[in-house]
Design a protein around this ligand. Sequence first.
Ligand code: GDD
Ligand code: MG
Length: 370
Amino acid sequence: MKAIILVGGEGLRLRPLTCNVPKPMVPVANKPFLEHMLDNLKRHHIDEAILAICYLPDRIQRHFEDGSGFGLSLTYAVEETPLGTGGAVKNAEQLLDDTFVVFNGDIFSDLDLTDMIAFHREHKAKATIALTPVEDPTAYGVVETDSQSRVKAFIEKPSRETVTTNLINAGTYVLEPEVLSLIPSGVHHMLERGLFPDLVERGIPFFGYRSNAYWIDIGVPQDYLRLHHDILMGKAIARFPGKSIADDIWREDGCDIHPSAKIIGPVVIGRDCSIGEDARVAGPAVLGAGCIIGQGCTIDEAILWQNVKLGAGVTVRSSVIGNNSAVGDNTWVSDGSILSDDTVVGSDNRLEHGIRLWPGSTIGDNSVSF
Ligand code: GDD
Ligand code: MG
């Protein structure tokens, strides 16, 4: 069976992490997010995927090429301008001749695809949508079903007063090719506002498959941090690079860790990292390749991308620091702060309360307390 993964969005809500990389290439536990999605496809014997791309397409194509390095076959359907979730699927129509699966490209889930596909067949559905319960459904597509699991209504991003269920569209669909005839060609079309309500209206067999499997949309920075927390704490299944060197500590080759440094798992350490004297790294935390952690630093529930350089006595807590950034001595970064790529922060600053620095930002010594 073929899968189509929608990875054309700009990831605006995840900025500044997505200023330089498309959302599917954002690293999660030291490998691009999309590689984790492909792992789940392979677990369910789906070995052919079409990537529907638009924003920064080269970054994705250069990394994945024809998929052979990742154990599956990949083809690309490129949009010149964004066609929307439905337009993107329609754009790949000539590649789809049998039952296929569609994925939103920003969902991390342990969904049992094999069971969902069996459910679709048993119900002789033309379309089946995975449903997951969430606390606040208003940020998602809300799906009402009847006692036979048939979809009665699909309401995208409803107002709070109109919400009748906490079951939302989990962003995975099994579709029969014939429903593609209901999507117009070459124009912007959203499955959520077009095809799905249309299927309900026409009475076409459209079912909801409820799942309580782990599920998260990495659309915003807090959820990006939460996904790391959940993977490292073992709540979500994921494979990531590195050898297990102690309980809940994984490390790649070429690292230099000072004997007095304390590493308290779960921690993932990329290759060629150096951790200085008396530094303390407490998980869940990830250090990307080539990070240099100075003497006496404290890292606590933080995600560092590649080649991040921390001076002496730096604290990074519940925050993300992008590639090739440097932070000076005794600076404090905490509370969901996001420092994007190539930022340079001098010594003795306090960056807290979810401050966001765009790529290439520079802050002098002792100049910010936020
Ligand atoms: N190729 C392509 N072209 N992909 C697109 C386009 C496009 O024009 N627009 C969006 N996408 C991709 C995004 O890259 C993302 O992977 C996916 O489609 C969903 O888009 P989001 O922008 O992340 O939508 P959302 O999170 O607000 O809502 C969607 O996901 C929810 C679940 O997380 C909807 O499908 C909701 O109904 C759903 O509940
Ligand atoms: Mg999303």
